[in-house]
Design a protein around this ligand. Structure first.
Ligand SMILES: CC(C)CCC[C@@H](C)[C@H]1CC[C@H]2[C@@H]3CC=C4C[C@@H](O)CC[C@]4(C)[C@H]3CC[C@]12C
Length: 866
């Protein structure tokens, strides 16, 4: 601002200049030199001293350390500044520098004047280490190349600085993490602080202007009284008038400032008020959403009860037990009871699951008949029309006799494992040992839990883990503050977890790799596609009952599963990115390789949570060179607010064979409460390179998948055919053949997170695995062993350590950037980033070395993460 100089009694020069308010000091810069500085130490917290000085060059006086302190002697961490001695080098030694601590950054300058233009260095306190060396010295470093060695004038001063720095560091860390945590009230108060500080600056400015204004006038009057030279008197009169004007203007400014102050204060109150209002509104909205969800749930139940014609739905989906349906309905209305991931009555739940499986089977066998109730519309033809439209016209249901044969075959399959494979010559399977499709893990046909391990190849895998404790937490109470947030960013206690990591969960997709072995043996690529399709669907088989959240792997966490001896493959997964979480998986078998990078985004919309997977899964058969890719469908977790959690899969999936150009288009129907369709239905068609439909796929993702070959007959010459019809023929589907069937559930699995035998084996301890292996993750192991409190503590510790590592990398990155260097960033150990030839995007693929390292038990490459 432009002002008139009133520099001291003896040198009143009255020239115009500039008044600069900067970091607590007000500098008056004459139009000509020299600079003249008024030291007022305006601090947002407290004004420590007001020391007008007037040295010619630099009037800031030598109070060596100047700090903003609270009235009670506490330091204010936000704006702390002062002179300190900083070590430069052995030639120059310690040099006096002006340090400013503000907004989580510690910066230094040669002088205060330099603050306006040249900062000599800054350390971000968020990732900084602060250490006291001796009574007056302390060191601050960013964990990397930046280290400041400093000396204060006294022990007290050093302690003040260290305290201020520690406080500022804590605050900076909190700020960094604020995207992961909700804003707190104190943080909001912090936001208002700078405004208050500026208001105080203004006030001080007002006071000063007033003070200097009257001093100026007083001097003029005195001059007038002393001097009797008329010419000078006239001049003085003129100056006095100007001074009066100046005072009037200053007064006007003062009252404007006062008004501004008042206004700002009332504004602040208004903001506070509307914030309060918004908070209240949010609470009301939460309550409304909750109430609506409850009503919706009750309506759904009532509707299902009254619509007797609706297909038998799995009870588990509805989140209640069949026995006490009515009772519970009333209870729900009255008490608005909440459920969560923990089944309230596990036994009842088991019952309903097994019942639902039967009902599903009956409905899927109904599907195999190819007739849809009253409409008597051929189902396979309809399936086709659903998915391909045009192709449907070309396919007609085979003679009903054939279909009935198909039916009886499939319906008996319900009871006798393995018998649902059509055994006639029309079977699409070339593998005579179809039984294995049914139960690759049913060694000796026994699933007895009394036996704790089972022999598989040479390795023994456990068949039991400790029963899940019955500790309930209301999920909604945790999630309601996180609507719209990413699932991976929502801090959740282990109570909602299942004791396996996401890396293990992805490996679990390999439960039915026998399908890939079958696929490898197929004669035609379209037949091979059938088994590949069945493999992709089989990955969802466990999701129906599993509502636990897998542990989010730590960056650098790995999971290996060596099943070479019994299943012919071994897999390695690594967490290659933390935010966004990304896991890379690589599986090798002598006939095929399977690899994928898995990431997902989640949408939490109150009543349900949607997990949208990204990334492409690859499968390559060594002999034929057939290279398949596909993307996963969307997983929806229902009943987040009220009722038992249940999971649905929906969306479309294209499995492409890039070598032959065959495509399998699969459709996962979203569950429809009021529709008559089989729940969890999967339908699809396989077309070859000339877009001719070769197979029709149908089934359910939680139970089994059938494939029916499409054959084309020459049509009578008098029937007109559409131009696109292959060979001018009529299409028919042969009776379906079961491609995949889910393994039976383990008895007592409801107490073991609904794990299958395969899933139980995943986290079985193994001393030979890498130190980063999920099996070694302490919180997950504690959770498995029912020590949930300890697990929660350990989880927090591990996550905090991960945050510290991340911050260190961030600091290194910004430092490298500041120095103009290239920062390589985090690099996974066993996977490397390459451009995917199919998707043309960067993905992580296995670069080798893990198994060799394991052979040597040389884990020197592994980071320390636990
Ligand atoms: C709020 C709570 C408790 C949420 C729990 C969400 C759980 C059930 C969700 C989150 C991520 C989901 C997984 C995401 C991706 C895949 C890969 C797919 O090929 C099989 C299903 C599978 C493995 C999903 C299973 C269900 C899953 C684990």
């Amino acid at each position: 601002m432009g002002v008139i100089c009133s520099c001291s009694d003896d040198r009143n020069c009255g020239t115009e200049g500039t008044l600069v308010i900067n970091h607590g000091s007000i500098t008056f810069q004459h139009s000509g030199s020299p600079v003249f500085r008024v030291r007022v130490a305006v601090s947002p917290c407290h004004v420590t001293m007001a020391r007008p000085a007037m040295n010619e060059e630099f009037a800031v006086v030598d109070l060596p350390f100047e700090y903003a302190s609270m009235p009670d002697g506490q330091v204010c961490p936000d704006h702390f500044r002062g002179w300190l001695l900083k070590w430069t080098n052995y030639i120059k030694g310690y040099q006096k520098r002006w340090f400013v601590l503000s907004n989580g950054l510690l910066s230094y300058y040669r002088s205060q004047a330099e603050m306006a233009h040249t900062c000599r260095g800054t350390i971000n306190l968020a990732g900084a280490f602060i250490d006291s060396e001796d009574s007056c010295s302390f060191v601050i470093s960013n964990g990397g190349t930046q280290i400041f060695y400093m000396r204060a004038s006294s022990e007290v001063e050093r302690q003040r600085w260290v305290t201020a720095l520690e406080l500022a560091k804590a605050k900076a860390i909190k700020m960094l993490e604020s995207d992961e945590e909700e804003d707190t009230n104190s943080e909001k108060a912090e936001n208002i602080k700078p405004l208050n500080a500026k208001l105080e600056d203004l006030q001080t400015c007002n006071d000063l202007v007033g003070k200097h204004g009257s001093a100026l006038q007083r001097s003029i009057v005195e001059l007038q009284e002393v001097e009797d030279n008329p010419a000078l008197a006239a001049k003085l009169k003129f100056v006095n008038e100007k001074a009066t004007l100046f005072r009037i203007t200053a007064n006007a400014m003062i009252s404007a400032c006062a008004e501004f102050l008042e206004l700002a204060q009332t504004q602040e109150k208004r903001w506070q008020k509307s914030l309060q209002l918004e908070r209240q509104r949010r609470i009301n909205l939460e309550e409304t959403v909750e109430a609506l969800a409850k009503q919706h749930n009750t309506l759904e139940r009532a509707c299902r009860k009254n619509t007797s014609k609706l297909p038998d739905l799995p009870e588990s989906e509805l989140g209640h037990d069949s026995d006490d349906e009515e009772e519970e309905l009333e209870e729900d209305e009255e008490n608005a009871e909440f459920f969560d991931a923990i089944a309230e009555h596990p036994e009842g739940f088991t019952l309903s699951v097994s019942k639902s499986r039967e009902s599903l089977q009956s409905s899927s066998s109904e599907q195999s008949v190819g007739m849809d109730g009253e409409n008597a519309k051929p189902l396979l033809a309809r399936t086709l029309s659903d998915t391909t439209g045009q192709a449907s016209a070309e396919i007609k249901q085979e003679a009903s006799k054939d279909s009935v044969t198909g039916t009886s075959e499939t319906s008996t399959a319900k009871d006798t494992e393995g018998s649902d494979v059509a055994s006639d010559g029309r079977s699409i399977s070339t593998d005579p040992d179809n039984k294995a499709v049914m139960a690759p893990f049913t060694v000796g046909g026994s699933f007895a839990v009394t036996q704790s391990t089972e022999r598989l190849g040479t390795k023994l895998f456990r068949k039991k883990i400790p029963d899940k404790p019955d500790i309930s937490i209301n999920l909604w109470s945790i999630l309601k503050n996180c609507i719209g947030k990413e699932l991976s960013k929502i801090p959740m206690p282990v109570n909602f977890n299942e004791p396996i990591s996401m890396l293990q969960r992805l490996t679990e997709e390999l439960e039915y790799t026998d399908l890939l072995d079958k696929a490898a043996a197929c004669e035609t690529s379209t037949e091979q596609m059938c088994y590949v399709a069945a493999f992709t669907t089989s990955s969802y088989s466990t999701t129906a009952a599993r509502t636990g959240k897998p542990f989010n792997p730590l960056l650098g966490e790995t999971f290996e599963f060596d099943r070479t001896e019994d299943l012919g493959w071994r897999s390695l997964a690594e967490q290659v990115s933390h935010h966004p979480p990304a896991s890379a998986l690589h599986v090798e078998h002598k006939e095929w390789i399977f690899w994928q990078e898995f990431t997902c985004t989640s949408k939490f919309r109150g009543k349900y949570l949607q997990v949208i997977p990204h990334g492409v899964a690859h499968l390559k058969f060594n002999k034929s060179g057939n290279h398949y890719t596909w993307k996963k469908v969307t997983t929806t977790v229902h009943n987040i607010i009220v009722g038992k959690l249940w999971i649905d899969q929906s969306g479309e999936m294209d499995i492409e064979n890039h070598t032959t150009k065959d495509v399998c288009h699969l459709k996962y129907d979203a569950y429809n409460y009021f529709g008559r369709d089989t729940p969890r239905k999967v339908t699809g068609v396989i077309t070859d390179s000339s877009k001719v439909v070769r197979y029709v796929i149908s089934g359910t993702w939680d139970n089994k998948l059938d494939g029916a070959k499409v054959v084309y007959h020459r049509s009578p010459s008098n029937v007109k055919q559409p131009a696109s019809t292959p060979h001018k023929s009529q299409a028919q589907t042969l009776p379906p053949v079961t491609l995949w069937k889910k393994n039976p559930a383990l008895p007592g699995c409801e107490k073991m997170y609904y794990f299958t035998e395969f899933a139980l084996a995943l986290n079985d301890s193994d001393d030979s695995v890498a130190p980063t292996d999920s099996r070694r993750r302490p919180d997950q192991r504690l959770m498995e062993n029912c020590k949930w409190d300890e697990a929660n503590q350990e989880k927090q510790k591990l996550e905090e350590m991960q945050r510290i590592r991340r911050r260190k990398r961030e600091a290194e990155a910004s430092e490298a950037q500041a120095e103009g260097k290239v920062y390589e960033g985090y690099k996974p150990v066993w996977f490397e980033n390459v451009v995917d030839e199919v998707t043309d995007t960067a993905v992580h693929v296995y670069k080798g070395g893990y198994w060799e390292a394991k052979e040597r038990q040389d884990w020197s490459l592994c980071p320390e993460i636990y």
